[in-house]
Ligand binder design. Sequence first.
Ligand code: EPZ
Length: 436
Amino acid sequence: MEYIRVTGGRTLCGTVRPAAAKNSVLPLLAATLLCGEPCTLRDVPRLKDVETSLALLAAVGADAVRGGPGGRHIVTRPGRALCGTVPAELAGAMRGSVFYLAPLLIRTGCAVLPLPGGCRLGPRPIDIHLAGLAAMGARIEMSGSAVTLRRRGSLQGTEFTLRLPSVGATLTLMMAACCAAGTTTLHGAAREPEIVDTAAFLNAAGAEISGAGTACIRIRGTGGALLGGCEHSVLPDRIAAATYAAAAAVAGGSVTVEGCPPDYLAAFLDFLDQTGCTVLRGKNGFSVTRCPSRPLRGGCDLVAAAYPGLATDAAPLAAAVLLGAEGPSRIYDGLFQNRFACAEGFAALGADVCTEGRTLAIAGREAENTPLHGGTVRAPDLRGGAALVLAALGARGTVLVADAGHIRRGYADLPGDLASIGADCRTLCPGENPGC
Ligand code: EPZ
């Protein structure tokens, strides 16, 4: 088991640059299967989900390897004849396996995907992905543990309205439409920056997508032909950026985040303003400052929602900030039923929190002398794990976060990033006694 050890009480100071966004790299790797020429994704971080994606690409016969200086880039070449079946252990290792449905259906005519895994945030259906693909002519068979899609001839362009702005389904349908015959219009599409990034990649490879980033996306398909190739720099990880911003709020001090437009996480930065942090926004970065002697203001009523609302992935991070704020706050997550599984860990560190359905209620600090204390907690999922690390920055004592492997699915080295700006935080070596 992997552990992260954090000793709280240090204020932070320094600059950090978020890596490429996990939630953009994963769909982009799948989208390379739509390309008939080589592609390069630049500066891709070494995340567990990226390694899983590379294994999945190899398993279906695609050629995707790390290359460039220090293996920073991922280079893909059009594979030989691909296999349309995703191995169950790889499909179940991450939610990102869902992005292979459309490309494998396009490339092989028959895609078989065991149901995807990923963070246990509650039910994570793929009905919108499937309804859209069916509207394009795919034939769908569901077994208990896998979905099989077939097509006869090319997929057909269609008008389709998503019943809710699913990020994954928007990406799936955008990819499928690129190689369908005719034009597809997606209404009620997700508007996240990661959608815009994938559309930019596909357009650079020869697709004709307009409206990405709005609720209405129009795609003119190739009629079955593959796209070309391209080189693409992936957009920065706005959730990692929010993590570093939250660290400054929790620990106090001043942290500058470079290389990430503040608009990508505007709702989160507005929340930090509300708590009394000083947030200075530039064109491609921002800083967050909080005087350690000045407690944060609570009394927040937050709702996690689709972009440009407060990102659901940032909801646990906001909770970690509010644990030490004066006065009660509440956060409602409208997207995932079990978003606040980290509440158990917060409570183990002395926080007064409780979950009521999809809402996390946070009592906040009543007085100076009620900081969190040390202890051992368990990361329930990727962002919940990151939130526990953040909470530990404000604890009086040492916190051990167990099951820290969840965190490496989305951060190459969160402890290292935080230590670089002054935190006492590190990953324990394999076999090192966590109790010492
Ligand atoms: C993506 O998940 C991200 N994952 C999630 O990040 C992120 O939290 C989420 O988008 C929302 O921004 C990746 O990109 C790999 P959705 P996704 O489809 O696509 C429901 C992280 O920590 N829904 O936008 O699965 C769904 O149950 C991860 O990095 C359906 O009902 O999210 C949820 O309630 C966690 N039917 C809501 O929509 C569907 O067919 C939003 O899900 C699809 C989704």
